[in-house]
Design a protein around this ligand. Structure first.
Ligand SMILES: Cc1cc2nc3c(=O)[nH]c(=O)nc-3n(C[C@H](O)[C@H](O)[C@H](O)COP(=O)(O)OP(=O)(O)OC[C@H]3O[C@@H](n4cnc5c(N)ncnc54)[C@H](O)[C@@H]3O)c2cc1C
Ligand code: SF4
Length: 467
């Protein structure tokens, strides 16, 4: 797929990958074997009929391809851009064994973009087709369901429940919907316009969205029950940033990745000077961590004008959790990597601003509980690393604000909600899914949970009516 040149793209926030042309899409689709027992479907958490949509691309029927996609996936233009296909459908493709799986993600993106640009992405018959599959009870009933959190889990559950005929309201604490799709993933990987379009489709299904609505603060679940809501889906994500717990993390110029990316994405700092909300970017930026969040922070810093940006990571490249494609893009954009390195202290000037970081070198020992080789500090390997901005991207956990108001809801040791694979929790009318259950994971996993929970909520409400 064609990409924006690295030298150009470090000066703008436009998309890096430019998408397939129709000819490229058809050519790639023709490689698909249309397997009967398609591994690719099993590798997809939302069970898209992958051979089905690819078969339509082969024929040049992009409209039909889109309908097949949309049967299962409410956010195809998002997934085509950010899903880790290499570890899911593409990994399970039979052609992966021969070294070149079908580029399912690129094809999905092509079809979704084609539908948007040809105005077929929000056609009402799509909705009616889905409605034919409804349960007999849900159609036309007015049972109200509250979805808390508007990330991919919440949006997916909301769309599926609306298609089933329920009255669905999403409550979102921020002033805009989309969750991480909006405030975390930067414009050059996922344009806001794409999020707007796919959220627009969900609104057209009848889902209402209330923003600036922090549930647990403005209203409790109990109050929502009194207002007539019959079931709840908690999809509040993993919004609480973790820190390293080292000295100096409270200095000026140390950000959590969450705050840094929110300022850039949600507060429009990436559109300076059109928006006067600039982020004070450093000359030398250190980003601690090597997941997608860290790589995004590093690449955003580069685009905001940092002279030098370095990823500081305690293990080696093969243990990095970020997508391979993002690591490759970061390298092309001149991001440096200080591997097998752990920060142990951050130094500041007298005025309270960051000056440098003290680090230790590591070697790798045997694998730990995560299956990755454990970093062990090498004695006397301390060194100082100059930097004037530090972004800490070492993971996120559950925000306890809402959970503390539902003491009857069972949580695990890490503070995540305990839920079965269908999203059922210890409270019969409360379901949960996405990062709030799994811990920080992926968009498609969150969507898969949203889908399964929607089915479970429908079953629960159907039984309630029968009793
Ligand atoms: C920077 C970044 C880059 C990423 N890149 C990728 C990627 O390339 N590919 C990939 O697959 N995954 C990626 N991920 C992970 C992925 O985005 C998450 O796994 C996914 O968004 C989780 O979805 P969710 O619906 O559970 O929660 P979220 O997307 O976190 O949404 C939760 C929403 O709930 C709202 N909320 C929280 N508390 C309340 C409350 N009390 N009341 C009302 N609303 C509330 C929040 O404001 C938020 O909007 C990335 C994550 C980050 C942070
Ligand atoms: S496994 Fe690969 S080749 Fe077979 S249907 Fe799926 S995408 Fe096509």
């Amino acid at each position: 797929m064609k990409e924006q040149n690295p030298q150009e793209r470090i000066n703008n926030f436009n998309e890096v990958a430019l998408g397939y042309t129709p000819e490229q899409a058809i050519l790639e689709a023709k490689r698909c074997l249309g397997c009967k027992n398609a591994g690719c479907i099993q590798g997809c958490p939302v069970e898209i009929d992958i051979p089905g949509f690819i078969a339509e691309i082969k024929k040049g029927s992009f409209d039909k391809a889109y309908q097949v996609l949309k049967e299962k996936n409410n956010l195809p233009a998002v997934c085509g851009r950010v899903c880790p296909q290499e570890t899911q459908c593409e990994k399970a493709c039979v052609l992966a064994k021969k070294g070149k799986p079908i580029a399912v993600g690129s094809l999905e993106r092509f079809v979704a973009d084609w539908a948007i640009s040809h105005g077929v992405s929000e056609r009402p018959e799509q909705k009616f087709k889905e409605l034919e599959r409804n349960t007999q009870y849900a159609i036309g009933n007015t049972k109200k369901i509250a979805i808390i959190g508007s990330g991919p889990a919440g949006l997916t559950a909301a769309a599926d429940l609306a298609k089933t005929g329920y009255q669905v309201i999403i409550f979102e604490s921020l002033h805009a919907v989309g969750g991480v799709l909006r405030y975390g993933i930067p414009e050059f990987r996922l344009p806001k316009e794409i999020v707007d379009t796919e959220v627009g489709y969900i609104e057209k299904l009848g889902v209402k969205m209330e923003v600036n609505a922090v549930i647990g603060r403005i209203k409790t679940i109990d109050q929502l029950r009194v207002e007539g809501f019959k079931a709840f889906f908690i999809a509040t994500g993993a919004g609480l940033p973790y820190f390293l717990g080292i000295k100096g993390e409270n200095l000026n110029g140390v950000y959590s990745a969450n705050e840094f990316l929110t300022r850039v994405n949600l507060m429009n700092a990436y559109r300076f000077p059109d928006y006067d909300t600039p982020v004070n970017i450093g000359r030398k930026v250190a980003v601690i961590g090597a997941g997608n969040v860290a790589l995004d922070s590093a690449r955003v810093s580069r685009r905001l004008g940092a002279g030098e940006v370095t990823i500081v990571y305690r293990r080696s490249e093969s243990e990095m959790p970020a997508r391979f494609e993002e690591i490759k893009h970061a390298r092309e954009e001149g991001i440096k990597f200080e591997l097998l390195t752990s920060p142990i202290k951050i130094y500041g000037y007298e005025n309270g601003w960051v000056r440098a970081m003290r680090c230790l070198r590591n070697r790798l020992a045997e694998p730990d509980a995560s299956g990755r080789r454990r970093p062990v500090a090498i004695p006397d390997s301390e060194f100082d690393f100059d930097c004037d901005l530090v972004v800490v991207a070492v993971g996120q956990g559950p925000n306890p604000l809402l959970l503390s108001t539902i003491p009857e809801l069972k949580l695990n040791k890490r503070g995540n909600i305990e839920a079965d694979p269908e999203g059922r929790t210890s409270v019969p009318d409360i379901f949960a899914g996405g990062d709030i259950v799994t811990g920080a994971a992926t968009v498609i996993e969150a969507m898969g949970m949203g889908k399964r929970a929607a089915r479970a909520i429908d079953n629960y409400l159907t039984k309630l009516i029968n009793c």
